[in-house]
Design a protein around this ligand. Structure first.
Ligand code: BES
Ligand code: MN
Ligand code: MN
Length: 437
């Protein structure tokens, strides 16, 4: 497939939602989309928020036809480290059937498949596209609650994930949730000479180490926060029977590691899809420059993410984590815990009527039936859409595990864009034909 020119345009807009310097660019990406949807005959509305606009668009063709709500996001993650990209992140480039750019897979490229499939679609379409997914969708969740009537649909369709392997169409029926904290420890009021004060001064980096060590058991890999596992639902054996073959050796090779450490007693797939985890994502404190500097820093900190599974609740887990951090934090330090963002876990029926219809469309296009998978990542609004609209959700990931999401050299395989468009079109046909329902 030749890359559509407009997709190159879309990818060239550096819509990095977390970067205040890119605020205008994020907006530009939203406006660009609005124009495209208008050209396709949609009525559009750009809803301003305190951060980045939400785009709502609808094209109602026939009141008797089913209505599909398509969700996606037009914001992207920061492109750094820039020096590791083979071609610049916002100069989309095709090499060997792959399109390289920040956002190629997450999510502009996948969203674009839905723009292509919308041309002449025989169903009523609503698009809900945000510019804040990569910062936790702070304004979309209230928007969905406030607009439940307008958003009403027979099903929700989303492409913002991956197939489990090449040539393997995949229907995703679960996502993990997220609870993300920033933790800071303060010792003395200012940095101190480590000779003049070492021996009496509190060292927040050391204290952070002690704290970190109490969060997870080194031997069993279990998270030690009391109550953390209380709401975790075990995976029924019938569900595990659906899962693809374990891919442990391939995964080790891909990651360049000899072991895949994690919670004792659970398979790799279960640990990725259906068990909660805790991971420090960044730590800081003290001197990080060239050579040495003898200093005891006044402050140290870390970013801590917890991936959640049904029926854990992000707010509740944040509360448990904070209480535990306060309990085990060594005396003599000021502890500060900030809640950065969260998202509820999502789980749905893999064999709902629209899932079955999509399975048929996928089999026709790929020549093989889909596999059913959960994913370890988070899309904060999905659980909310299912709940507020009480509509079935179909997650059709068109990316691949090696797409380098959030990393240098993000890409999308063009074959999956092409087949994705064909499958979505076929799905709409089946959905519109009374016999297909
Ligand atoms: N599209 C991803 C989520 C995803 C990744 C789903 C891989 C399935 C497979 C989404 O854009 C994302 O990156 N979400 C963030 C959460 C957000 C609150 C920052 C994530 O999962 O870290
Ligand atoms: Mn995404
Ligand atoms: Mn992402």
């Amino acid at each position: 497939m030749k890359v559509p020119e407009p997709l190159l345009e879309f990818l060239a807009i550096p819509s990095v939602s977390t970067d205040p310097a890119r605020k205008e660019d994020v907006r530009r990406a939203g406006l660009w989309l609005e124009e495209r949807l208008q050209a396709l005959g949609f009525r559009t509305e750009l809803q301003e928020t305190p951060l980045h606009p939400i785009l709502y668009a609808e094209r109602l063709v026939d009141e008797k036809a089913p209505t599909v709500l398509v969700y996606g996001h037009y914001d992207v993650q920061p492109p750094d480290p820039l020096e590791l990209w083979d071609t610049p992140p916002f100069s989309p480039t095709v090499r060997e059937g792959r399109l390289y750019a920040r956002g190629a897979s997450d999510d502009k490229g996948q969203l674009f498949a839905h723009l292509l499939a919308a041309e002449g679609a025989p169903v009523n379409l609503k698009f809900l596209v945000e510019g804040e997914e990569e910062v936790g969708s702070p304004h979309l969740l209230p928007f969905v609650r406030a607009n439940r009537e307008r958003l009403r649909a027979d099903l929700v369709l989303i492409s913002d994930g991956a197939m489990v392997a090449p040539h393997t169409p995949t229907l995703t029926y679960g996502l993990r949730g997220l609870c993300y904290l920033e933790v800071r420890l303060q010792g003395a009021r200012r940095d101190l000479h480590s000779g003049a004060f070492g021996g009496v001064a509190p060292n927040p980096i050391q204290a952070l180490g002690w704290l970190l060590a109490r969060l997870k058991d080194e031997r069993t890999g279990r998270v030690l926060i009391p109550g953390f596992y209380e709401k975790v639902r075990p995976v029924p054996e019938e569900e595990k029977a659906l899962w693809p073959e374990p891919h442990e050796e391939a995964l080790k090779r891909e990651l360049g590691v000899e072991v895949l450490p994690g919670e004792e007693g659970y398979s790799v797939l279960e640990r990725l899809w259906a068990r909660p985890t805790l991971d420090p994502n960044g730590v800081w404190g003290g001197y990080q420059g060239e050579g040495s500097k003898t200093v005891i820093p006044a402050e140290a900190g870390m970013k801590l993410s917890m991936r959640l599974v049904p029926d854990q609740d992000p707010e509740e887990v944040a509360g448990l984590a904070e209480a535990y951090l306060r309990e085990v934090s060594p005396p003599g330090y000021r502890l500060e815990v900030r809640r950065l963002h969260g998202g509820k876990p999502f789980l749905t029926d893999p064999f709902s009527p629209p899932m079955r219809l999509m399975a048929r469309a996928l089999e026709e296009v790929w020549g093989r039936p889909p596999v059913y998978a959960r994913e370890g990542g988070t899309i904060p609004v999905v659980a909310e859409l299912k709940e507020v609209l009480s509509a079935p959700v179909v997650l059709l990931g068109l990316g691949l595990p090696d797409d380098n999401l959030h990393a240098p050299n993000e890409k999308l395989d063009l074959i999956n864009l092409e087949r994705g468009v064909a499958a979505i079109r076929r799905f709409y046909e089946l959905l519109a034909a009374p016999s297909g329902r």
